[in-house]
Design a protein around this ligand. Structure first.
Ligand code: BJW
Ligand code: ZN
Length: 263
């Protein structure tokens, strides 16, 4: 995209955000790509020739929990070595500013929270803490009972016998994330749609907008009469509905967008 078109898009997006009382932000894996976290779709979304759709399912875990845990242990290892990028910090600063901003993320990597705490310094980070609609890769829960706990350590995966087990009932533990075919937490989901419905702008960054119901969050803003601003290097099913589409990596675009807004 020529520079002047990009600049014009940025100005339009800033104008929409500047006059917005409420903003909803929806993020996906692309926002963490510049931190080194692999996205799901496209070439780099593959792990040992598996696609996410083959591993992130309750069926795959029942059939082969060792392989699924091996994938999560590999991803957790990658993510443990990652830090937020300028895109995460820009969103955190936006949310800590004067406007009412709700960050809704599909990401399970925790990087929005790290950025929120760092950007807040000694202030309260809560306005910038995200709603994590697909859970957290650094929590585990029991496949049988209600046991659930933060968990960042390596997981042994050499055999099924050594996989992590629930200390309460002895069943297998699993990552506390939402797999295909599973319902999202209804309260978290309702809060996400509520914030999108009431927003004058939904800023959508780094998502392929393919996975439901999260992909419909910006539609709630449109239905409520608000606008959509998309930040992504590629087209998505949302692009044709967006009022402004900013083409490029979010680690570069979001800081430019937000700097022009903050006092
Ligand atoms: C950059 C960048 C840079 C790159 N800067 N950008 C047919 C139609 C509609 C729905 C369905 C259907 N068939 C089945 C369904 C339902 C299904 C679904 O949506 N499937 C679709 C694939 C078709 N959905 C579900 O199953 C959901 N549950 C559900 O519907 O429940 C119903 C129910 C109700 C009541 C009872 C029971 C059930 C659950 C979905 C869960 C998704 N889980 C995952 C895994 C999470 C855990 C983990 O991480 O392991 O969530 S899958 C994966 O996809 C992950 C992501 O959050 C999610 C979205 O992906 P995302 O973030 O968009 O990443 P990518 O890789 O797709 O895209 C990256 C983007 O970044 C690209 O656009 C790049 O261009 C861009 N990019 N570099 C900015 N530097
Ligand atoms: Zn249990």
């Amino acid at each position: 995209m020529p520079d002047h078109e990009q600049d014009q898009g940025l100005q339009e997006a800033r104008a929409l955000l500047a006059s917005a009382r409420k903003v909803c932000v929806l993020t996906g894996a692309g926002v963490s790509a510049e931190s080194g976290v692999p996205t799901f779709r496209g070439e780099e979304g593959l792990w040992k020739s598996f696609r996410a759709e083959e591993l992130a399912t309750p069926h795959a875990f029942r059939r082969d929990p060792r392989t699924v845990w091996e994938w999560y242990d590999w991803r957790r290892g990658r993510i443990r070595g990652c830090v937020p990028n300028p895109g995460h910090y820009a969103l955190a600063r936006l949310a800590l500013g004067a406007r009412s901003v709700r960050i809704v993320t599909q990401n399970v990597d925790g990087l929005h929270e790290v950025a929120a705490r760092e950007a807040a310094g000694s202030r309260d980070p809560s306005p910038a803490l995200p709603l994590e609609v697909h859970g957290s890769i650094f929590r585990v829960r029991c496949t049988s009972c209600t046991y659930r706990i933060p968990h960042r350590d390596r997981v042994r995966t050499e055999s099924e016998a050594v996989l992590p087990r629930c200390p309460v009932c002895g069943s297998l533990l699993r990552p506390d994330v939402v797999w295909f075919g599973e319902a999202l937490d209804s309260r978290v989901l309702e809060e996400a749609f509520e914030s999108a419905r009431g927003a004058s702008v939904c800023l959508v960054a780094g998502t392929s907008a393919l996975v439901q119901p999260a992909a419909s969050v910006p539609l709630a803003t449109l239905e409520g009469g608000g606008s959509v601003v998309e930040v992504n290097p590629a087209d998505t099913p949302l692009t044709s509905m967006a009022d402004v589409a900013l083409r490029g990596p979010s680690g570069e675009i979001l800081p430019r967008l937000v700097e022009g807004l903050l006092p």
